[in-house]
Design a binder for this molecule. Structure first.
Ligand SMILES: *Cc1c(COP(=O)(O)O)cnc(C)c1O
Length: 427
């Protein structure tokens, strides 16, 4: 039987729930949020899908604020070594350094059209918070970012930048004090105050209509690609590869190709290996179960009672227990294949493409590159497109520690000493 590919949700669900197939997604939220979600759904249809003016304004922001289109680069040196044609879509050149701004700008513009004056958002490592803060600064909106207390300590540079951009970062002290607690707190705040407040969600997950809204804003990536490939070859690429956290960069990258015959591959975080709490790979993992959590039904790393498990990845952006419902559907019907890459493989791929192509990819994106290195070994002469969802500047605290520990330590020690000396001199 040939399965229907859901390009968008039907009444909030992806998949038919016939036979062995599941319907992923939905809107499993406390009743108090129904009016806010309904208002959001109506605005999504009215502005995002059907308003020419909205589309024109968004395009202008994409071009003049984000710096789109981002380039599609032929990776000539890597292609030679890997016996395939490798192309890189470089989302890392977008303002704030990653694809997340495509969605943040779209949602903040939508909020403005709806007459909202205040934005709230959740953030884990801070990338989505950073993008949302920048979008709010540009569009003149008040911005409050919820962030786990533990994450605030670990991610000082992003917190610092969010505050520079004018956002208020609120420390969430409950639970594990990380991303999932920040999501809960943002939802709690939204259920208290939704009249003037809009909740900007960062990936293709959460309750309907967010998975559709976020994919719609991110699909600018594949729309550009379908034009840009014409500079290099006729027709479609053979293989497309992206990393998968919640699913926003991969779905945006795959969007225009879901109905084609292009081989689509998602790469998850294999972390340190297979054990519980050692990775964030949800596909083909015995610890992944169909669960309803944080407003949607999908695959989550959980215990048999449905409690979410701890996850781990060297890349903060992939370190999450759930995966977007549309990707769970595309996996189930076999339209998208999934691999995982270990921390060490991502680090290696990052260095390979830095040296051969002059591109410093984010650690998240380096998982996609590691996937490309694996796939390239099994095929020849194929046109392989890889999405570089972000650039690697933000990762220096992790990569330098992993690759040149002693020199990094020396550098940090010197910085601290200098600060202390300066302090003594001032006194
Ligand atoms: C957040 C992030 C990701 C993972 O999120 P998705 O929603 O799966 O795209 C990947 N790459 C970068 C650079 C990120 O910041």
């Amino acid at each position: 039987m040939k399965h229907k590919i859901f390009l968008k949700s039907k009444k909030g669900f992806f998949g038919t729930s016939k036979g062995k197939e599941h319907a992923f997604g939905g809107q499993y939220m406390p009743e108090i949020l129904y009016p806010a979600l309904q208002e959001l759904e109506e605005a999504y249809y009215k502005y995002v899908l059907n308003s020419k003016e909205f589309k024109r304004e968004l395009r202008a922001l994409y071009r003049d604020f984000i710096g789109r289109p981002t380039p599609l680069i032929y990776a000539k040196n890597a292609s030679k070594i890997l016996n395939n044609e490798i192309y890189l879509k470089f989302e890392g050149l977008a303002n704030t350094g990653a694809h997340k701004i495509n969605n943040a700008v779209g949602q903040v513009l939508l909020a403005k059209k709806m007459g909202k004056t205040r934005i709230i958002a959740e953030t884990g490592a801070g990338q989505h918070g950073l993008a949302t803060s920048a979008a709010c600064a540009k569009l003149g909106m008040e911005c409050v970012v919820f962030m786990g207390a533990r994450d605030i300590k670990r991610q000082f540079p992003n917190v610092f930048n969010m505050e520079l951009l004018g956002a208020k970062v609120v420390s969430v002290e409950s639970g594990s004090q990380t991303l999932k607690d920040a999501v809960n707190e943002a939802l709690r705040e939204w259920s208290k105050e939704s009249k003037n407040t809009f909740y900007v969600l960062g990936s293709t997950l959460g309750p309907y209509p967010y998975p559709d809204i976020v994919r719609e804003f991110q699909s600018i990536i594949s729309e550009e690609i379908s034009r840009q490939t014409k500079n290099f070859f006729k027709g479609n690429p053979d293989i497309m590869i992206a990393c998968v956290g919640g699913g926003s960069n991969s779905l945006g990258f795959f969007s225009h190709y879901l109905k084609s015959s292009v081989r689509l591959i998602g790469v998850e975080a294999g972390g340190r290996g297979k054990g519980i709490g050692e990775n964030a790979a949800r596909m083909d993992n015995p610890n992944a179960h169909l669960c309803i959590a944080q407003g949607y039904k999908s695959l989550f790393l959980s215990d048999k009672y449905g409690n979410l498990l701890e996850t781990y990845s060297i890349s903060a952006g992939l370190d999450y227990a759930g995966v977007g419902p549309q990707l769970a559907h595309l996996k189930e019907i076999g339209r998208v294949e999934f691999l995982s890459a270990l921390d060490s493989e991502a680090l290696e791929a990052m260095q390979f493409f830095a040296k051969t192509e002059g591109i410093l990819a984010a650690l998240e994106s380096s998982h996609a590159l590691a996937g490309a290195l694996k796939i390239a070994k099994s095929v020849k002469g194929q046109k392989i497109l890889v999405n570089i969802s972000g650039r690697g500047d933000k990762d220096i605290f992790i990569t330098a520690k992993a690759l040149q520990k002693e020199r990094w330590k020396e550098f940090l020690t010197r910085e601290i000493e200098e600060m202390q000396n300066h302090h003594t001199k001032q006194n």
